[in-house]
Ligand binder design. Structure first.
Ligand code: SF4
Length: 349
């Protein structure tokens, strides 16, 4: 079967033919993941600080150091959150934070070491490529050295946060202080060379065009092609992105609050095109956190094979006024109601 091209993908997005897209993407999911098992995870999103110098226009979460509700997590709070996660059966934390202006690098290393000392079996899925680039610039170390030091301190896998749209025209408008698309992708390349696991995300539905959505997919597919070739040649230690997770921009309380929220139809269309285009990424995850559990589960029939994680805690999307909560029981029931067998996935994506 030939690969979906850039222009075919744009045409499919313009077509609006959701049933056709669902059929095509569903068939492809079935080829990649035969059988009726669909996966999910139990984890907690811990944001170690909300203090951030970036001021992204789409973000309702960040604060400046002088704001009354600004915080940097303390050790006991961190450990309490992890303990609660473990008690609920979670074995992974998603550890991300704002781009803090003054914490030393040792603070981040200590954070990881503290978690691993108390919870050696908990995977730390932490520090997005955006944070890695920021650390590199702020601490005058190469991205390679930052990654290696964080890995030595206990970092297990990296989340694909801060990707937004991997097109610099858009990035310059919505998040001008953040890593360029090239630097974001290069952190992933480096990490995969060292044998790390990581995912890629995309925030759609703000100032990007349909073509730019597909350009984002193209850039992920191109890097994945490179990494897979390196993997086969023995020069990369892992097979690249484990998952792709598109989610929709939540405009509440942001500088872009007048943008209309992307609806479920458009979201499912894009999810299906993502599955069809990213033929080299094994897992496509649906975003129940922004779409709700019903649409998130429906995504399993539109190209997704994973429902994401039960978020014991989530702050970033919630700051924009979108709050969906669920339990493992509700997750499993929802997956079964769609005709699939729920199964917890391994950690690291
Ligand atoms: S999205 Fe992240 S980097 Fe941007 S302002 Fe919010 S916390 Fe900072």
């Amino acid at each position: 079967m030939s690969r979906l091209t850039f222009s075919e993908s744009v045409e499919l997005l313009k077509s609006g033919d959701l049933p056709l897209l669902g059929k095509l993407a569903g068939d492809m999911t079935e080829r990649i993941h035969p059988g009726n098992v669909r996966t999910y995870n139990v984890e907690r999103n811990i944001n170690y600080t909300n203090i951030c110098i970036s001021g992204c226009r789409f973000c309702a979460f960040h604060r400046s150091e002088n704001d009354a509700d600004a915080y940097v997590i303390d050790e006991q709070t961190l450990l309490d959150k992890i303990e609660e996660t473990v008690q609920l059966g979670g074995r992974q934390i998603l550890l991300q934070g704002g781009l803090h202006p003054s914490l030393p690098f040792s603070w981040y290393e200590n954070l990881l070491r503290t978690v691993k000392r108390h919870y050696p079996d908990v995977n730390i899925h932490g520090f997005s490529p955006t944070e890695i680039v920021y650390f590199s610039d702020r601490f005058g170390m190469s991205e390679r050295d930052i990654l290696l030091r964080l890995r030595d301190a206990g970092l297990g896998s990296i989340p694909g946060g801060g990707a937004e749209i991997l097109v610099d025209r858009v990035r310059h408008i919505v998040s001008p202080k953040k890593a360029t698309a090239d630097r974001w992708l290069n952190v992933c390349r480096l990490w995969f060379q060292f044998g790390g696991r990581g995912s890629a995300t995309m925030m759609l539905g703000h100032l990007e065009t349909l073509e730019e959505r597909v350009e984002h997919l193209q850039r992920i597919r191109d890097v994945q092609d490179e990494v897979l070739t390196d993997f086969q040649n023995g020069t990369a230690a892992t097979a690249g992105f484990t998952a792709f997770i598109p989610w929709t921009f939540q405009p509440g309380n942001t500088q872009l609050a007048d943008i209309t929220k992307t609806g479920s139809w458009e979201y499912l269309q894009f999810l299906a095109v993502s599955r069809l285009f990213l033929d080299n990424v094994t897992t496509i995850q649906s975003s129940w956190v922004t779409q709700g559990l019903t649409i998130g589960t429906l995504g399993l029939s539109f190209g997704a094979n994973d429902l994401g994680s039960i978020m014991i805690e989530e702050n970033v999307v919630a700051a924009a006024g979108t709050v969906f909560r669920s339990t493992e029981k509700a997750f499993c029931e929802s997956i079964r109601s769609a005709g699939y067998e729920p199964q917890r996935r391994r950690t690291g994506n």
